[in-house]
Design a protein around this ligand. Structure first.
Ligand code: UFG
Length: 348
């Protein structure tokens, strides 16, 4: 039996998109921190299997999956009320830069209208704390690196723009209501749960590390999008951050809000710019086999370099990422993909 004090210390949390990649790692971190979790997910990209595995791994916690869409005001309001959640973590979104260039309206519908629908449901249900998944794509082509929170936000693709609109809406909502929020701008989320319970499973998969791993495992050769960027080896520089470290930041952000702390926005990365070619070499070394690859034209919407300063998260939230080396990121991703060659559809 959980004591009333423990319940106060770890109130219920509703996690939209909690069956997805970053969301499921956050659900694991919440469960480990003693929270009961309601996952609200339309399963268009998320996996019920991820939630089932988490519930099995944390039998002392309640992890409830509600299938629903964030643009459905009635469904999200009902889920919020049923959950008695004190806070919402909002991961549900469309998240491909490339797709957003081709289908901008779908991005505005899900990422802006969907998120505003969730925020109105919070207001109607009296929930006052919101943790929001934003992105380095809100900064656009950097004016300088590392990118700290004072860097101008000038997105160059609809994905980044839709996330920025929500960041701005949150500032207005805070003035009009008592909502407090923590915004996290992820740089390149990568890796998988070191315990091997959950991992990355996108269809189609368009992220670099899983694509390089799938190429090493005999899939399509990796295309390196652009080798003529103004960077040391001509390929883009990215700042990879382990998904479990991102998840920990969410729990710290939530604690800040629950303790009555002020709203804030935080960049989350390791501060290391790693080139696409360096990633390919690291995957080949850890896999112990080559990564077949070809050089292809630049991909639309890709900034040449994205490197974070996360000093603010370290200082204000006490964030101390511990799994951030590229080797650890690639090793955990390799473990996940080799054990789950068909993602969550792989039979144990
Ligand atoms: N890349 C390749 N070949 C591939 C896939 C990717 O060369 O098959 C390159 C990309 O061109 C880019 C780098 O590898 O230079 C990383 O690409 P990802 O698709 O893995 O990640 P992005 O940097 O495009 O996207 C990430 C997040 C987005 C976020 C964005 C910020 O996934 O949510 O960073 O721009 F918006």
């Amino acid at each position: 039996m959980v004591s009333p004090t423990a319940r106060l210390a770890a109130p219920n949390v509703l996690v939209t998109g909690g069956a997805g990649y970053i969301g499921s790692h956050a659900v694991k971190a919440l469960a480990a921190a003693g929270h009961d979790v309601w996952v609200f997910d339309n399963l268009s990209a998320g996996h019920a299997e991820a939630v089932g595995r988490l519930q099995a791994a944390f039998p002392e916690r309640r992890i409830t999956l509600v299938e629903g869409d964030i643009t459905d005001a009635i469904a999200i309001t009902q889920a919020l009320r049923a959950s008695s959640a004190a806070a919402v973590m909002h991961f549900a979104a469309r998240l491909s830069v490339d797709e957003s260039m081709r289908e901008p309206a779908a991005y505005y519908r899900t990422n802006v209208i969907g998120t505003l629908t969730v925020l109105e449901a919070l207001a109607a249900s009296g929930v006052r704390h919101f943790v929001f998944s934003s992105t380095a794509a809100t900064f656009g082509e950097p004016l300088h690196t590392p990118i700290d929170e004072t860097h101008p936000q000038l997105p160059i693709n609809p994905y980044g723009q839709t996330k920025l609109v929500v960041e701005q809406a949150l500032a207005h909502l805070e003035r009009a209501t008592r909502l407090t929020s923590v915004v996290f701008r992820y740089f390149n989320a990568a890796g998988a749960d070191p315990a091997g319970l959950i991992g990355e499973d996108h269809t189609p998969e368009d992220h670099l590390i899983p694509r390089a791993i799938l190429a090493a495992l005999g899939g399509e050769p990796l295309q390196i999008f652009g080798a003529d960027y103004p960077t040391p080896d001509g390929t883009c520089l990215r700042d990879f951050v382990h998904v479990s470290d991102l998840a920990d930041a969410h729990v710290l952000g939530l604690r800040r809000l629950l303790a009555g702390g002020a709203s804030g926005a935080y960049n989350l990365g390791m501060g290391d710019g790693v080139s696409v070619r360096e990633v390919v070499d690291t995957v080949a070394r850890i896999a112990g086999r080559p990564v077949p690859h070809v050089t292809a034209p630049r991909r639309a919407g890709d900034p040449s370099r994205l490197v974070a300063s996360s000093q603010k998260a370290r200082t204000e939230l006490g964030w101390a990422p511990s799994r951030g080396s590229l080797d650890t990121i690639v090793r955990t991703a390799w473990q996940w993909h080799t054990r789950h060659p068909h993602g969550y559809r792989t039979r144990a």
